[in-house]
Design a protein around this ligand. Structure first.
Ligand code: SF4
Length: 259
């Protein structure tokens, strides 16, 4: 396993711990000691090699202004203008290394809006959210309650550009990018929102609890019913979450049917 691979494993590990709200370690390919050493390493000095170069750049720029501070009022834009603004956005550091801005997929007039977290490598390459294995699983999850990406769902992420190395989005990146999501929700005007994964669940519910304690309830985002569940990528890693995710989908179907 390369240093970069290990760093990505640690990022996934930290997210799993947060989602579980528990102290158990359950990663493939790393012993407990390795994991703890890597966590300490991640919290401390920059990791050498290419990953380290990324982090060094990031650290340098955290105190520097972003290249093109964008003061455009997104709340006044229509859908096409919003999409156009995102495509050229330089609001945060993630603009520097992206291949594509990943704005949305699906039907902008759909009743259901699915909100994920951030693009990964496949999404960055294609410009489409939820492709690859996690995307296929999302499509299967939706099909299990008679919904299809093409016709009956609009899909987007909290963050529109890929965080390098699939690291978690930083708080300032979420704050700078979330006005796009806010305006997307206003313009798409879904009847129901499904937040998948920790970052979208916390942002849209305003709660800080781990995902495992947020799911299973119906929230309201600006008057729109909101349900939260695990990210399909997390489900691929943790089969134990399949049953609760299935329950969340049934809850979602019920809310859609009741409207
Ligand atoms: S992540 Fe969002 S705020 Fe940052 S550059 Fe991309 S579109 Fe702009």
């Amino acid at each position: 396993m390369t240093e970069k691979d290990r760093s990505e494993e640690v990022a996934r590990f930290l997210r799993q711990r947060e989602e579980l709200g528990a102290g158990d370690l359950f990663m493939d390919g790393l012993t407990r000691d390795e994991a703890l050493a890597l966590v300490a390493h991640r919290r401390g000095a920059a990791v050498p090699t290419n990953r380290g170069a990324e982090q060094a750049t990031s650290t340098e720029t955290e105190t520097a202004p972003f290249p093109t501070p964008d003061t455009l009022d997104l709340s006044a834009l229509d859908y096409d203008a919003l999409r156009q603004a995102a495509m050229g956005c330089q609001r945060c550091r993630l603009a520097r290394e992206r291949c594509n801005v990943v704005f949305s997929d699906g039907n902008p007039t759909a009743r259901l809006m699915v909100v994920g977290e951030a693009p990964g490598a496949n999404e960055d390459r294609t410009g489409v959210p939820f492709v690859g294995q996690a995307g296929k699983l999302l499509d299967l999850m939706l099909a299990s309650i008679d919904l299809s990406r093409r016709d009956s769902v609009y899909i987007c992420n909290v963050i529109k550009c890929r965080p390098p190395g699939n690291r978690d989005p930083m708080q300032d990146e979420i704050e700078l990018c979330s006005p796009y999501l806010k305006r997307q929700i206003e313009l798409v005007a879904p009847e129901v929102i499904l937040a998948v994964g920790t970052f979208s669940a916390k942002l849209l519910t305003g709660a800080t609890k781990p995902l495992g304690r947020l799911r299973g309830k119906i929230y309201s985002y600006e008057g729109v019913p909101l349900i939260v569940t695990y990210h399909p990528a997390a489900l691929l890693r943790n089969r134990g979450w399949t049953r609760p995710a299935w329950d969340d989908l049934q809850l979602l179907r019920q809310v859609l049917d009741d409207r």
